[in-house]
Design a binder for this molecule. Sequence first.
Ligand SMILES: *Cc1c(COP(=O)(O)O)cnc(C)c1O
Length: 390
Amino acid sequence: MSHRPIYLDCHATTPMDKRVLEAMLPYFTEYFGNSSSISHVYGWEAEAGVKQARQILADAIHATPEEIIFTSGATEANNLAIKGVAEAYFSKGRHLITVQTEHRAVLDPCHYLENLGFEVTLLPVQQDGLIDLTQLEKAIRPETILVSVMAANNEIGVLQPLAEIGKICHQQQVLFHTDAAQAIGKIPLDVQAMNIDLMSLTAHKVYGPKGIGALYVRRRHPRVRLAPQIQGGGQERGLRSGTLYTPQIVGFAKAVALGLETQASESEHLLQLRKSLWSSLSELPNIHLNGHPTQRLSGNLNISVEDVDGSALLLGLQPVVAVSSGSACSSTNLGPSHVLLALGHPESLASASIRFGIGRFNTAAEITQVAKQAIATIASLRRSLTLRRQ
Ligand SMILES: *Cc1c(COP(=O)(O)O)cnc(C)c1O
């Protein structure tokens, strides 16, 4: 283990907290029942675990337990929210609004709907990655049925102004969905105060297990209608059929509970590490910070480096630190990140970028080591470039 590089890719996924694993274990072997089995104690035990988890997750976002629909993750939750609303409200209107810097799990369902005859407005972002609220207001039309804006960006960590967006949507009577995959357990989320109607969540970005997430669906003021995308046994009020994955659900709730308990102190810890990394790296010339300097996740640092080749840079860092350029999800397509391009970067600069995702278990010593390696790699790549040019 000690020979593996330092893990700084926490926006792709996080290591699972051992306390989460402990909470999950009895639900694999002992409380293994099907939570839908109502005629015996095995079912009741599983149902009790699910019920408690649902309550914890609802409390975490100021919702009620009936408003939490378990899914396989944020990708499925986004698909259910976007396609489910489109299918339920198409007679009211066929226009949706989202943002250029959204995750593919939001953009792709929107593109799919475009092929079915819906119209999608993709809002641009400002240079700091934030949307312009006046532009949002102007984009809303009588036939708009959904606005989808993410809480925290998975590449540049930028936090969109959820409460302000929610207020606009509420006034215009348009449903507001937010992809909060990177935000849950890390920043305060309140579906009441922020006027959020649908919210996608996932466990594995907050030290929980992979393969579990949820969609919050508002039941009152207004009651959101949704067409199910997976049909069958009628679990989750018919909105998402399939036997509930009890151990993952229990682990998800434990992870979020731990995140909330330590939110303030952990955020401060991550902020110190990020500041230390940036203060070292920014001593080099021609290095740019991507995204708003303060309105961002504490553990996120995204930089673009001039005068280096992007893939050579990642290769040079690889033995010491596990990071990525753009997002893990789009790393299969080799082009520059759509998020960095949306900030207005030229392709060359968007390609030579590193996303550092600092997490709960990283230490100051690790950050020092990473900073050293990054500085050495960048300096050496720039030297060889200058030599080649001579
Ligand atoms: C990771 C991520 C997703 C996908 O979540 P899964 O649970 O892996 O499906 C969606 N949106 C954002 C912003 C993410 O960071």
